[in-house]
Design a protein around this ligand. Sequence first.
Ligand code: PSU
Ligand code: MN
Length: 303
Amino acid sequence: MNPADFFDVADEVAGALTHRTPVVALESTIVSHGMPYPENFETALAVERTVRDAGATPATIAVIGGRVKIGLDDSDLERMSRASDVMKLSRADLPYAIAAGRDGGTTVAATMLLAHLAGIKVFATGGIGGVHRGAERTLDISADLYELARTPVTVVCSGAKALLDLPKTLEALETLGVPVIAYRSDELPAFWSRESGLRAPLRYDSPQDIAQFVRTQRALQLNGGALVANPIAPADEIPRAEMDGFIETAVREGEAAAISGKAVTPWLLERIGQLTAGRSLAANIALVKNNAGLGAEIARFLC
Ligand code: PSU
Ligand code: MN
């Protein structure tokens, strides 16, 4: 057996990869577990449009009926958006989901590794997983960080989700040797907010320069990925001072309700959506689209 036995690559994506035109991978956990219906479905379609408008081919990745789909059609996307028995797949879960013929949304970790197997170099999403608040007790650290350390895919996001412990997440990324690049900012963005109070290790102001960085990383045979942190647009952000209170409330309630493991991130995202009366969801949608556009530009310069 080899990976291709399990893969269904959409014709459009296969054509783009053969002709070496730009492709941007997109994840599906954000669809299956990160947003409510119908916003998840509408956002998935809008993000694909954004990638196309910026001159690249979108490849949303998911596991459907045990097949790895690289590029989803609208009915696949609708299935990921509505079904309730969709798994949340990280690196550890992929063989099970495939062998058992299940449906699964792929997290940043799983999307990176599948994108790499398919030959896709750039992946755009909202926010990566990281070190959770209270990790000194729970040891809850997302597999996304370890994937960034080992898989050569450039991930364009708006930083780690601010419900995490951002200083510890940044430390972990440094330990793992993952380059962290803030786009047109000196500061690491905090997902819904432009500012985190943390200085970003690296800064670039153009997609050309990021592409040159990635080419150099490859030439040096540094086999990991890179994290490009693109701040949400000023008009769409919820300022950090305002977000802090909502996040603290949600984290406290989640601990009291003993939410753990894979359920933590989806639970907190939903609760923060309620606490902000939908504003966090609107910001999340805006930032994902923004990242898809930047991902397409970087992919173009990497071709
Ligand atoms: N970013 C979003 N919404 C999400 C996620 C990221 O805007 O739902 C998902 C990603 O798939 C990420 C995952 O990989 O949450 C992290 O989950 P965990 O903390 O359990 O590793
Ligand atoms: Mn976790």
